[in-house]
Design a protein around this ligand. Structure first.
Ligand SMILES: NC(=O)C1=CN([C@@H]2O[C@H](COP(=O)(O)OP(=O)(O)OC[C@H]3O[C@@H](n4cnc5c(N)ncnc54)[C@H](OP(=O)(O)O)[C@@H]3O)[C@@H](O)[C@H]2O)C=CC1
Ligand SMILES: CC(C)(CO)C(=O)C(=O)O
Length: 319
């Protein structure tokens, strides 16, 4: 059994594919309304051409609002969680599940959030849990309460804490990895996930705020020298921060950012999508974290700082 917390774009994609390939899944929503709709309609995953790729009927899924976590888990030990909320949802999730979770034996949690800072927060709040930080290039976009478009298949790299796993007698490969592979996900285990997280952080820190400010698709960043200049500024500041912290980086990362813009040329970045929906963005966990890292190391990241503040200010609605 795998518990998936957060029934948004990634949560619906993973729940739909895992359940359709025979894994027992419990999906935890924020609202009762969404839980009821999924129980009624099931989950549909569409491919990018709008064809149904997967449909799981509601009676093949267990779905409940997270507010019921304590009631439903008072007698069962939760073994594996895929945490699929945004960064901004992590603290609320912990508040809801910790009163029960703390009494259980080590739970394994795969954390798929973009940005950084969440792993430390979860570790502080729940030191007994075994954490599997992950980065994914899957592209998913929720369509409704119970459906999602799988816009682009990607690779999911999951950090594997082998020693801690052995000490806690966990078996990620058997209970999670094999099921993800059986569900058709391209997943690999990494002993250097921090490197993957910092690479993804930089990709998001360059692409996301600029597309959100200019309200353009990812590919449109490449079509103008001014835009490329700003991307390079953000990239160089980010690298300076990494160097100040002794974080390993590779010269090929700039080209990777260009490639991501090309491969996702028609997409709205997640930050632009949040801005358009007037939702909370992940800018604090992306550019904000880079600014804080800069301060800690005694360097500056002024372009990241300005974009961070500009984007934070965007969601302030007039009364
Ligand atoms: N979508 C993608 O393709 C990718 C996403 N990511 C990362 O994965 C993470 C999730 O992204 P994504 O799926 O797109 O985000 P979404 O906003 O689509 O989904 C997040 C879900 O979490 C739910 N949620 C929030 N708080 C709670 C709570 N307390 N209890 C239960 N559920 C809660 C939200 O519910 P509600 O809607 O009701 O508020 C929402 O359904 C992000 O950090 C993102 O950056 C990384 C790579 C690709
Ligand atoms: C890689 C990128 C920029 C793709 O859109 C992304 O991860 C996001 O939008 O958050």
């Amino acid at each position: 059994m795998i518990d998936i917390i957060g029934a948004g774009s990634l949560g619906l994609l993973f729940a739909g594919r895992l359940a359709s390939s025979g894994t027992e899944v419990r999906l935890w929503t924020r609202t009762l309304e969404q839980a009821r709709m999924i129980a009624c309609e099931g989950i549909t995953v569409f491919d990018k051409k709008g064809r149904t790729a997967v449909h799981v009927p509601g009676d093949r899924l267990q779905v409940a609002p997270l507010a019921d976590w304590q009631r439903l888990n008072s007698h069962t030990a939760v073994q594996w969680i895929l945490l699929m909320t945004k960064q901004g949802g992590v603290d609320e999730v912990l508040k809801q599940i910790l009163p029960v979770a703390k009494t259980e034996r080590a739970t394994g949690i795969v954390c798929l959030q973009n940005g950084i800072g969440h792993i430390e927060r979860i570790r502080r709040a729940w030191p007994e849990a075994v954490l599997y930080p992950a980065v994914t290039t899957e592209g998913a976009k929720r369509q409704g309460a119970a459906s999602v478009v799988h816009a682009g298949a990607g690779i999911t790299e999951i950090g594997w804490p082998e020693e801690q796993e052995k000490a806690q007698d966990r078996n990620f490969k058997q209970y999670v990895l094999n099921r993800l592979l059986a569900a058709g996900f391209d997943v690999c285990l990494s002993k250097e996930i921090e490197n993957g997280m910092y690479r993804k952080l930089l990709i998001n820190a360059v692409i996301n705020p600029l597309t959100a400010i200019w309200r353009i698709r990812n590919g449109e960043l490449l079509s103008d020298p001014v835009r490329l200049h700003m991307m390079r500024k953000l990239y160089d500041e980010g690298i300076q921060v990494y160097e100040a912290h002794g974080i390993h980086w590779e010269s090929g990362w700039w080209d990777q950012i260009m490639n991501v813009c090309q491969a996702t040329a028609e997409n709205h970045s997640s930050m632009l999508a949040d801005v358009l929906a007037q939702s909370m963005t992940e800018v604090a966990s992306i550019n904000g974290q880079l600014v804080q890292m800069a301060e800690l190391a005694g360097v500056t990241a002024p372009t990241h700082e300005v974009l961070w503040q500009l984007i934070e200010g965007m969601r302030l609605k007039e009364e």
